[in-house]
Each structure stands twice: as C-alpha cells, then as structure tokens.
Design a protein around this ligand. Structure first.
Ligand SMILES: [Zn+2]
Length: 303
C-alpha cells in the first residue's frame, strides 16, 4: 500500500479503485483515495486526497453526501479537497468522483466511506425546555431570511479560491463550555443538537480570525445576535455569534489573529460566550475537527 506524497508516514485510511477500461481492454485508470481522519464521525471535516497510480488525472469533480467537493491539483498531480460528514450521517456516506484521465478515459464512480459512531454528549433535562410560543409569521420569515443569507455565504465560499494554507487556530484560547453535537434530551427525545462549539469569555473580550479569509457577512440575527461570517474560500466558512460588537466590515480581508469582534451575549442566549461555527458548503461541522487535518498539505494558495 503506497501513501500519497504529502501524507507519507502518517496514518491514513486508503481506498483503491480500479476504474474504467476494464471491459473494453483499454487502459484502466487506477486511483488511490485517502482520507483523514482515519475514523470519520458525524460532524467531522474530511480531507480527501485522490492520486492516480498510472496516467494522470486531467480533471476531477466530486460530491460527498450530495455536497460539492472542490478539488485542486498540486504540483505532484495529487488532487486534494475538503468535505464534511453531516451531523445526521450514520454508517457510511457516498463519495462520487467524476474523473477524466489524460488519455481521455472518463469515469464516474461512487464509493462509500465509513462513518464511525459519534461520541456526542447528551444533556438530559429534568425540566421541560421552554417551548416558545409558535413564532409569528414575521419572526419565522426573519429567521428564514437569515438562514438563506448564511446559505448564500456558503455558496460564495464554494465559488471563491482557497485563501487558507496553514492549519486553523482557535478564535479564543479559552475553555470549551459546550461541544459540537451536544444533544438536549427531554423525556428520552433529543430536542436539539448544538451545531457549534462554545468558548468561554466575558463581554468585551477579543475574538480573532482563525485563518485567512474575507468578511462575508456582518449582521444582527435573531438567534445568533451580532454575527460575523468569514469566507475562507474553497468551500470553507466560519462564523462567530452572540458578539457584543463586530470589529470588521464586509469585504475586509483578515489573517489568522486579526481581531474580528468582541464576546457578548446578543441573540438568544443566557450568558456571554462565543458560539463558533464552521461549515463546508452548506454542511455545518465541528470546528475543532479542523485540528486533526493536515491542511499544510494543500500548500500556498494561488495568488
Ligand atoms: Zn453555542
């Protein structure tokens, strides 16, 4: 079993595919598909590397669980991309690959990648969650507009060239007070899942950009309060919620460490903290799962 260049020596799950040409007697397009983490779980970012064993790959498009995956080719002819496992995934997730070999062989294929069980925490509530009155139509429409606006940022990120190369830092170095995926259970039924990471902080403390990106959205949302969304390109978005204040405006370019806002308690929260969100495309993922990847393998972004 060979490992693709930049990952050599590291533990990687690997799938070998023999594609095309087999029944025609023509040349087969043989590829390795490697992925990190080795045991993907619901909510994990996934780093994919597709490498040809023979010939070269002229073009590569893919999807994971239906979400477009942006692949880019490095100087060695390896194709790398990010993807994400939706929080609701179980057992396996389909990866489709649409390849064109240098010799003109065109192949569409699908492989199932394993999804390992989550280790989400469940908070059992002894008191019924306060069911707010059915939101009036104006509020429901507002929330829908905000969801749609966030979705547009994801689409922009899929259409933006990659701006990051180094690994992502945390926006604050404080304690994690609620993990991604934490379920709130009442009467044995999960009422909701926490689709971000909470980092401790008091009002006014600085929140920093985790990597290079462009400010895509600054707004005041019903649930999120004062929000900042960063488009990092190549499908990757991060967002910062409940801020007391945003320190950037739409269109600003930020680097890792740039102050982008201040911790607050705006929106639907009971106390000051930072709610940190990460998305690949329209899939909301665990921001901390960025830390297990080898993003340096992508190299410097194209200028
Ligand atoms: Zn939160």
């Amino acid at each position: 079993m060979t490992m693709p260049g930049p990952h050599r020596g590291s533990a990687l799950a690997l799938t070998v595919l023999l594609l095309g040409g087999l029944d025609t007697g023509g040349p087969a397009l043989e590829i390795d598909v490697a992925f990190l983490p080795v045991e993907p779980k619901p909510g994990s970012f996934l780093q994919l590397t597709v490498s040809p064993r023979s010939s070269t790959i002229r073009s590569l498009h893919g999807t994971l669980g239906g979400q477009t995956v942006i692949f880019e080719r490095d100087s060695l002819g390896l194709w790398m991309g990010l993807a994400g496992i939706p929080v609701s995934a179980t057992d396996s997730i389909p990866l489709t690959l649409d390849l064109e070999g240098a010799d003109g062989v065109v192949v569409d294929t699908m492989v199932y990648l394993p999804v390992h069980p989550s280790d989400f925490v469940v908070e059992r509530l002894s008191v019924a969650p306060r069911f707010s009155a059915r939101p009036d139509s104006a509020l429901a429409a507002r929330v829908q507009r905000e969801i749609a606006r966030a979705g547009e940022v994801s689409d922009e990120a899929l259409a933006t060239r990659r701006m990051w190369s180094a690994p992502f830092a945390r926006p604050r170095s404080t304690r994690v007070t609620s993990r991604y995926g934490t379920g709130r259970e009442f009467n044995g039924v999960i009422q909701s899942r926490h689709l971000g990471v909470d980092l401790a902080g008091t009002t006014g403390e600085v929140v920093r950009a985790p990597n290079r990106g462009v400010v895509a959205l600054v707004d005041r949302f019903y649930y999120g309060g004062n929000v900042v969304y960063l488009n990092h390109g190549a499908g990757l978005v991060t967002a910062y919620m409940h801020l007391s204040e945003a320190l950037v405006t739409v269109g600003d370019t930020v680097r890792a460490g740039t102050p982008i806002g201040r911790v607050g308690a705006t929106g639907r929260v009971t106390g000051a903290h930072l709610h940190w969100v990460a998305r690949y495309g329209r899939v909301t993922l665990d921001p901390l799962s960025l830390e297990g990847l080898q993003l340096e393998a992508f190299g410097a972004p194209a200028e």
